[in-house]
Design a protein. Structure first.
Length: 169
């Protein structure tokens, strides 16, 4: 019985908490408004690693090297809408800190940093696509009434307030 306990303690100290609980990959759901946008995902090295149509759940590798979180650029494209890019970056997982509490020095310094298990991504990413017809009509000088909340700073510079006069006098 003592040998089993010692073997278990050694195995636990040689593993990484975050690698055990998180794993090397994570599922991330990508959504868009409107739905049906084409998704193209590239990693930090610029390699295209995944494609799909929103809503889509992707399996992403957490690490990009020793003590290096992977970073992804998600491009959302749909006919009639401007392409939107979203960046997904890993943050340090709470399970990584578990190595300190449970005495997993090897997990803290080697296993979790090598496997990427020490990082977490958001569970989902959502983005609203902007209609290109709004952008086009603003640049062509046509009268377009839009909410100022949907305009970029460049569009706000071109916007002109609508002045209403009372014609019924």
């Amino acid at each position: 019985m003592k040998k089993v306990f010692v073997a278990s303690a050694v195995a636990l100290s040689l593993s990484g908490c975050a690698s055990i609980f998180n794993g090397q990959t994570q599922s991330v759901t990508v959504r868009s408004v409107p739905e049906g946008a084409t998704v193209s995902v590239t990693n930090r090295a610029g390699e295209k690693i995944n494609t799909g149509i929103t809503p889509v759940t992707l399996t992403l590798k957490r690490g990009a090297g020793y003590f290096k979180s992977e970073e992804y650029t998600v491009a959302l494209m749909k006919d009639g809408f401007a392409t939107k890019e979203v960046t997904i970056t890993g943050t340090v997982s709470g399970w990584y800190i578990g190595n300190i509490l449970f005495g997993g020095l090897i997990g803290f310094l080697a296993v979790d940093p090598l496997t990427g298990g020490m990082y977490s991504f958001p569970e989902s990413v959502s983005s609203e696509l902007v209609s290109q017809s709004t952008k086009t009509s603003l640049t062509e000088g046509a009268l377009t009434i839009v909410s100022t909340e949907t305009l970029t700073p460049e569009q706000m510079e071109q916007a002109q307030p609508l002045v209403l006069t009372n014609q019924a006098q």
